[in-house]
Structure formats: C-alpha cells, structure tokens
Design a protein around this ligand. Structure first.
Ligand code: AMP
Length: 210
C-alpha cells in the first residue's frame, strides 16, 4: 500500500488560514508556500506533502485521487456539486457569506433580473428555489463592477466585511450561504489509507476553533 498522503490546499486566503491550523497538528511545509513559486511542498513528515493550487481545482484533484485530502471553500464545493467526495470537517477558517447584492435602487424591482457571478450553478439553484427566473452572466472576478457599469442588476459573491460592496456603491441583499473551508477526502483513500487519514481527521477536529 502507498502510505504517502497528498493534501491539496486552496491558495490565497484559505492557505493563509490553513497553514496555522496544519501547524497545530504538527504539519509544516519545509519551504514557505507564501514566498516560493513551487506547487508541491514536502513537509516535516516524509510521507506527507502539500500541493498549493487554485481553489476551483482542489475538488478535481481530490476526486481523481491525485490528492487524498483537500482544503476548499464551501462556495467552491457547492458549485462543484459532487456526491463522490467525503466532507468530514468544517475547518471554520476563511469564513464569509455568499450573498446577493446590488445597487440600492434595483432592490425589489420586477422583471427578469440579470445576475453577474462566478457561482453560476449555485446562483441558478438559489433563484430557482425562490421560483425566480434570472439571466446569469458568468464573470471570473471583480463582480462588484457589473452593476456599476450596467452589465447586471445584481451580483452573487463572497462578502466578508462588506467593504468591497460599499466601496463600489452596492448593498447586500440576501444571505445565500454561510461559507467556510472544509476538509474533503477522496473516498478510495479514506478506505485504503484509513490508518493515516482517520487519526489525522481526529487530530484536526481537536484543534478547530469552536
Ligand atoms: P470584503 O470587502 O471584506 O467584504 O471582502 C469581499 C471581497 O473579498 C470579495 O471580492 C470576495 O470575493 C473576497 N472574499 C471575501 N471573503 C473571502 C473568502 N473567504 N475567500 C475568498 N475570497 C473572499
């Protein structure tokens, strides 16, 4: 049996908050992922390595078994919609909300809403559940710009302090989901490498801030 464990971690804000958590379970990359351009990092455990990748790619690597474990935002997991990943732990890091937002004067207007977002599936599901047909405009970033330039009536995006919304003349409308980072596990790895993965999950669960 291959006893090596690979953990895929979303880069950016999640990585910043995941590293101290990993440190608390005695997992430390041998180089600083914040300054190195490497994508694969050996850790103080010879059999354990980290790969640092874009958040949207984490479920793909874990689902395909190229990584045994992953740390990804609930926003990404909701959008990915896979039943084939275990999600045993809410790590309670990188917390924020997925919200709809727009200009004050567009709140509550009738007609078909145009909603700009990178969360196309989640947004479609959300409005469909409310019985509201919307036109979804797929963007890859800076969603806050879309209502200001008339590309859309609303946006669906992550909100933390609300400063970005305010700075762009938008107000939050509805809370779609509470978001935080989750530990995800490849199903085959959970069986084949349970002697390593189960104690690892237990250790992590003991250091999560409650
Ligand atoms: P804020 O101005 O603090 O409300 O943050 C909003 C901006 O940060 C938006 O551009 C979001 O896409 C991004 N953001 C907020 N929280 C997170 C998070 N937990 N992970 C990734 N991006 C985030």
């Amino acid at each position: 049996m291959n006893d090596e464990i690979t953990i895929a971690v979303s880069k950016g804000r999640i990585l910043e908050e995941a590293l101290p958590l990993l440190e608390r379970v005695d997992v430390r990359p041998l180089e600083n992922p914040g300054t190195s351009r490497k994508l694969i990092f050996q850790t103080n455990h010879p059999g354990m390595k980290l790969i640092i990748i874009r958040a949207v790619d984490v479920p793909t690597y874990v689902l395909n078994g190229c990584a045994d474990l992953g740390i990804a935002g609930k926003d990404v997991l909701m959008e990915y919609e896979s039943d084939n990943l275990y999600e045993p732990l809410d790590l309670k890091i990188a917390s924020c909300r997925l919200m709809s937002a727009g200009r004050k004067d567009t709140a509550g207007t009738g007609g078909r809403l145009r909603v700009a977002t990178k969360y196309v599936t989640t947004t479609r599901n959300y409005f469909a559940e409310k019985g509201q047909q919307v036109e979804i405009i797929k963007l890859y970033g800076s969603m806050e710009l879309a209502p200001a330039l008339g590309l859309s009536d609303q946006i669906v995006d992550l909100v933390n302090t609300g400063n970005t919304l305010r700075a762009n003349g938008l107000i939050p409308f509805e809370n779609i989901a509470e978001i935080s980072s989750r530990l995800i596990v490849n199903k085959a790895a959970m069986k084949m490498k349970q002697d390593i993965i189960k104690p690892f999950i237990k250790k992590l669960s003991e250091v999560i801030d409650r």
